[in-house]
Design a protein. Sequence first.
Length: 502
Amino acid sequence: MCPMPSAELTPTSVHEPDPVRPTREDEVAAAASELIGGPIGRRALLGTSWWTPVRVVVLVAIGIFALGLVQKAPCYDGGWFFGASSQYTHACYSDIPHLYQGRGFADGLVPYFDKLPGDMQYLEYPVLTGVFMEVAAWLTPGSGSIQDQEQWYWMVNAGMLMACAAIIVVCVSRTHARRPWDGLLVALAPAFALTATINWDLLAVALTAAAMLMWSRSRPVAFGVLLGLATAAKLYPVFLLGPLLVLCWRAGKWRGFGKALGGATVAWLVVNLPVMLFAFDGWSKFYTFSQERGVDFGSFWLILAQNSTDPLSTDTVNTFATLLMLVGCAGIAALTLTAPRRPRFAQLAFLIVAAFILTNKVYSPQYVLWLVPLAVLARPKWRDFLIWQACEVAYFLGIWMYLAYTTSGDAHKGLPTDGYHWAIGLHLLGTFYLCAMVVRDILLPDRDPVRRAGDDDPSGGVLDGAEDVFVVGSAARPPRHAASFDTPQVEWGTRDPADGSL
């Protein structure tokens, strides 16, 4: 029988910290709570009924997701099938019904193995997303007209994506154990609801959110497996390994990073290797398409191209975009190693994905889904989050109005090119703004809403409270704590007396 731990060695085991209540620390959340009776009282009994924070957040997320489906109703009833610009003027476009026939699912073609008629010879999505699309096709009734089948295909996908949305809010609510109500930011995000069923991005977002949860629970292998699966569904999750590498370097947590990297590599290979070996041309289509794709919607590269008499070639844009991304990565690495207090993992995860979005040659409106959960974990501040969301909603409307303008012929109904450029600029400005707030929190930890509540890095797993072993510049000097603590805490840069590990 193992001896019971001494109370002197576990001073925080008797009295667990209270959950953080946004209505008591966030002025916007407090003001918004007046709609349902005002901020929660300090004597309220939390967690004593079925209505736990996580369950409330999930129900809200499902309700808002359903409203997003209702927003697509004008297209479901005809906009996807009749009229060139109707789906744009109603801002209800979705790739899902169009690709049911366009990518061979209606004809029973096997993704990656069977060639497609038309210009796109193979499915241009990563393998796990292709599996998701194929499963939805299996669940779609094959009877009726092609319009009926496409409507069913969208509904089946919407149900599967709703499950992904529920997983995302659960994971975000549980990643920061003391901040379950932060999941409401995801659930109520307007851009999240508007873009959720445009494409299949929520699959990768759900897997990434689950990976972040596993890392916060100090389960690096599970984190790696989920991140590898997420990368098999979309490319962007692999970028999270970069900041994690630098954080583990600063903290000396090489074993944890090695397990995460190994799990990610094995999971990615398990999904991709069979298709890679037996249908290489189909498997590689996603990568060749991404490389050959020209400057497209939503990027600052498009503004440059449409205002230039001699636009840059695709190869040149690829080179410059890669260089800009590398500069961003270098800046994030330098920030990580020189910050007065080691940045939180979620902060750097948000910054690296934002850097990819800002420098990429295309920004489809659903790409905002990549950032929403990471933004909530990085800076759970309602004011800044809503400012950013307002910019993204403006861009969401801007791109559809621009497409309505370009497809309405001489009628020119919608937003002209100059107006669309302003919409792109607003999206870029909103993302830069949120990045600036996160960077400020890193440089001034006392401004970080998470650390102000008394936590170190609740999404950091093995990094949470760990000592630094490699620092540069100002990080080598004694740091300021983010907040005063009433209970024993790990001193920054020293070993935890209750835990001999680094």
